[in-house]
Design a protein around this ligand. Sequence first.
Ligand code: T1G
Length: 686
Amino acid sequence: MTSPISTQRHGDILIVTSNNPPVNALGAAVRQGLVAAIEQAESDERVKAVVIACAGQTFFAGADITEFGKPPVMPWLPEVVDRIEACTKPVVAAIHGTALGGGLEVALACHYRVALPSAKLGVPEVKLGLLPGAGGTQRLPRVAGVQKALEMVISGTPIGAKEACDIGLVDRLCEGDLVQHTVAYAEEVRDIRLLPKSSERDDKLAEARANPGLFDEFRKANARKLKGFEAPEANIKAIEAAVAKPYAEGVKDERRLFMELMSGTQAKAQQYFFFAERKAAKIDNISEDTRPRDIRKVGIIGAGTMGGGISMNFLSAGIPVTIVEMAQDALDRGTGVMRKNYEATAAKGRMTADQVQGAMGILNPTLDFAQLADCDLIIEAVFEQMEIKKDIFGRLDKIAKPGAILASNTSYLNIDEIAASTSRPQDVVGLHFFSPANVMKLLEVVRGAETAPDVLVTAMQLAKRIRKVAVVAGVCHGFIGNRMLMPRQVEATKLLLEGATPEQIDRVHVAFGMPMGPFQMADLAGVDIGWHRDKNRVENVRDALCAIDRWGQKKGAGFYDYDDKRRPSPSPIVDQIVREFAASSGVERRNISDEEIVERTLYTMVNEGAEILEEGMAQRASDIDVVWVYGYGWPVYRGGPMFWADTEGLLKIVDGLKRQQERMGSDFSFSQLLLDKAERRGKFTG
Ligand code: T1G
């Protein structure tokens, strides 16, 4: 096996190059090659300085995550970075692409860093449930300052090379031939023998020592965002150690904290999810060479909340949109909301005024349906009613150009039935966006029985272009996410009648790590979604609330009462309605335990996920987890419903459901796949 590390002497500079596609991950062979190259540089007296560079798309993008959980192969990364820093000759990093995690740690161990302006530098370990475990928590604060280091390790978001240069993380920016410029830089420093070692710097730590409240202020400022996660606190502790102790001591704290995280469930869940997200992009049984269709212009039918939000995704990606409405005031309202959303983003500094103008400038609002004729993709986002959708697809069939992809944003309805209202079912697909569509990352791509392979490939590729994570779903009621929402809603509503309160049920879900519980979600989305709109027809609690205009936050009242700042409080009216329904339904109220709520609302979701797998409505269990993390905010440190079920143990899930089976009655039936796997002590995710 040839080493991914090669060396080439250029005058008196040794150029060390890593060629380990796709991202120059710091796998064992790379680590071994780096140490060998440093030793070669030291033993060759013709060599006066060293450049470390990477071929391909990026500088080292981190440790090789595929090695995690396997027996470690020496040398491990902490040893490699310390060896680089200990080199007696100057070592200069040539950074392009994304120097991430261990990659930035290698760069920090170098004595100098040169970067292209387009390069990014970051420590995303926290997204994997970890912390920079190769000296990063000790060197980064010494070079970039404690506050910036804290922000970087907690967010996991990389910073640009320009900012890195401004704060001293990069010594020089260069345009053009990076290696050539870095060799020139190495020539300039070749005779320096008192080399700048990041681990020995103290000036920026002294600033932090003068501000002892810095760490607790940082914790307080980020408490909400970090709730439930273990890795962020460990990252903060490691940086506290960097401030309090010399490098040799602080790095021991880092190692201990790293090993604690690595051995925990959260890190396993987040590393699982890293690959789950990438696996979702792969479509089973479609040939690799299926070519996507060209999407240059998109048509959106409906300028409501969804139509507007969906349009923004394409406009922000620079794809022109023709948006069609039935009436001018609805069209004006829709485009007005889009502009307002963009301006709010610009006000937060996340967009420039020119970008807002640019996005709105490629929007063509019209009342003329025929203007969709030259669109390559047309997405219908109108009222959730099959007859309306069939009518629209029938009309589209007559005006859309041949080869145009016709998509519905339906969140429940049957795509095959919609496709049958056209003469081109092979061009029809479901593109189910999640509200708010310009924010939520998830896109369910619903594969009809006749959807052509290239339509699917186009949809998955387009998802990446508009920064969405796409998951292929089969045609069933609610596809993947909303279908699993149903047993949760059914059991949550029954639990209300049986004695639980909305606050209790929501509290259990929020304590579990969900951003909100079922009733908070209903009030936010609208209690009236899917309601039959007949105030005289009151068949359940939801009907009763809708009949008295308790449609949720938008009406100041739903399952909760809301004050003028939309702060929720338990509602005596709702309590009364629930009690009356319980009495009239002959339901005996009792105390409900939190465990029962978990078993009847979360375990039933797992059961539904197993049914979805059994029916082939999802390609793999990890796709279900991607849907729930990106579509509903399932805590990523639990991996997703199916990964979580595996960590709970499927036998425990089955036992819990058996305990509740009688109470759930005919609303529940066991997935055979779940029973079989539990029987065999099997798993869904690996
Ligand atoms: N290890 C192994 N494989 C990786 C990888 C990694 N670090 N990063 C990416 N891949 C694979 C990925 O699975 C995919 O494989 C292919 O590369 C392209 O990835 C000790 C402990 C670099 C911004 O967290 O953020 O260092 O699907 O589709 O969109 O302190 O990959 O093709 O088979 O994402 O161009 C820290 C993770 C590790 C960076 C490129 N580093 N990677 O994005 O391509 S922990 C990270 C990314 C660590 C040390 C600690 C992105 C990218 P396949 P891709 P991309």
